[in-house]
Design a protein. Sequence first.
Lengths: 244, 315
Amino acid sequence: MEQEPNEPSSRAERRAQAQQRSRAGLAIGVAVVVIIAAVVVGVLVFAGGGGDSDDDDGGDASRPVANTNVTLELGEVTADSAGPPVTVGPEVTDGVIDLVGRYLEVATVEPLRKAAPAGDLSGVFDAAALARVNGPDRAALVDEGAPEVTGDLDVVAKPVAVTGLGDQSGNLVLVTATLDLDVTGATAAKGPPLHILRSGYFVLTPDPAGVWKVSAYGITVGREGGGIDATTTTAATTGAGGGQ
Amino acid sequence: MTRRPPRRRALVALVIAPLVCGLALAATVTAAWLAVGSPRPADAAVWMQVSKLAGATYTGAPEQPFFALVVGTGARSDDPAESVDDPGLADAIHVIGVNPALGAATILDIPRDTEGPGGAKLNSYIVNSTENFGLRAEADAVSEVTGLPITYVVRANFPNFVQMVDEIGGIDVNLPTELVDEFSGANFPAGPNHLNGDQALALARTRYALPRGDIDRTLNQGLIMLSALQTVRARPQSPGETVRLVATAGRHVKLDGLGVRDLFALGQLALAVDPVNVKNVVLPVGSGGGSNLVKTADAASLLADMADDGVLQSH
């Protein structure tokens, strides 16, 4: 009787063929697992879940939301006059608080949140004062150059005391506003959070268009924590004036 | 019995206002006045006149120094018609240089007999012109003698002097030596003295008991201005307090060429100057023609030192 060509000729041959089929199956299984694993990893990477990105805009629900809290309110309001009595009405005090609020936003909140230069302060300071704010007094008036605040930012102002001065005809010609700020913000740096204390006053006068702006100031600021060394800067603009 | 010199009226006129004249003293008066609980004066007496001279080159920039002339007269009023018994000679003359950026000042005390342009005594130019009640002419003469550009002129008259000092509750003056003068009535030990209005007037008048007469008297007047500044600075300060001081002063000041806003800025400046950073010096003078005094050779360098930035560094 003639034997088929692929027919194992003996028990040993049949055993060897069985082992060959077993090794091929194992190789296919391993390859499938590796491919699946690669696909999974790829999906995770492209989905952004497995990267090491600094981008905080991914909506990671596990990270707490950073809040910015600004506390600002009107304090005591008084007035005195070189002539007939004057009063400081709500139209003026509201404007003072609004102006101080804009100052805090532009000079403190935005630079700390964005770690970027402050924006335009021409709506807060008159031309002469602005020249100094943009020049020699900038370090005392603007919180640029500090580390970015990535956590909560708290700006707490003591109630702003406003005092008006009337001229010899009884016209309100200027008001003073106290400024006493305590700023705290968490940064990525190790150690205590960024802490800024700013105190002093603004002198506000109406410009030719009748818009009240800061025309003089006396400010002292101290900064520490958040990865910076303690600093203190003082600035004051007090000329003898040219207007009346 | 001792008779007083015939020039009593002139002596009285001398006393006057440099003491009360300075911007700092104005602030002192009002501050102390408020402190003793009198928010408004009994009447609207005019304590002084403050003029900003037209054409002054000062712009008000914080870095820019400026000069103020302080004169004291015996006139009862800026209006000659209301002061017929005294022509109102500038018998007390001081130039105050202020450097806002440095927070420093210099008081230059000028003897009244110093020779001015054309040979007249420097105290006389104020009565030779009606512009700015004579203050322009006086300022121009002082500028020509000193080389210092005057922006502001402060003039105080005699009648309210005693009242002003009493209203503030007196002035604390630290005298370097004992001072006794029967003509002026001064009788003060060396050291701290609390002076009422009459006593302050006596100190300001005292000349005969002083080694250099009128030269030392003008120096004492500068000392009183410094003492006034120290008194003000010793009180609690805040923007609101400055407003109240200026408002009170504004009710007693005749303003010419400037307004209450400027007065506020000047008040801020005065309060920002530490008396430690204020020098009080007399213009170096010697004998000239007749009773005139003329600047000595030392005056040139002193005035140049003061002219460059408002204050003395090397003198």
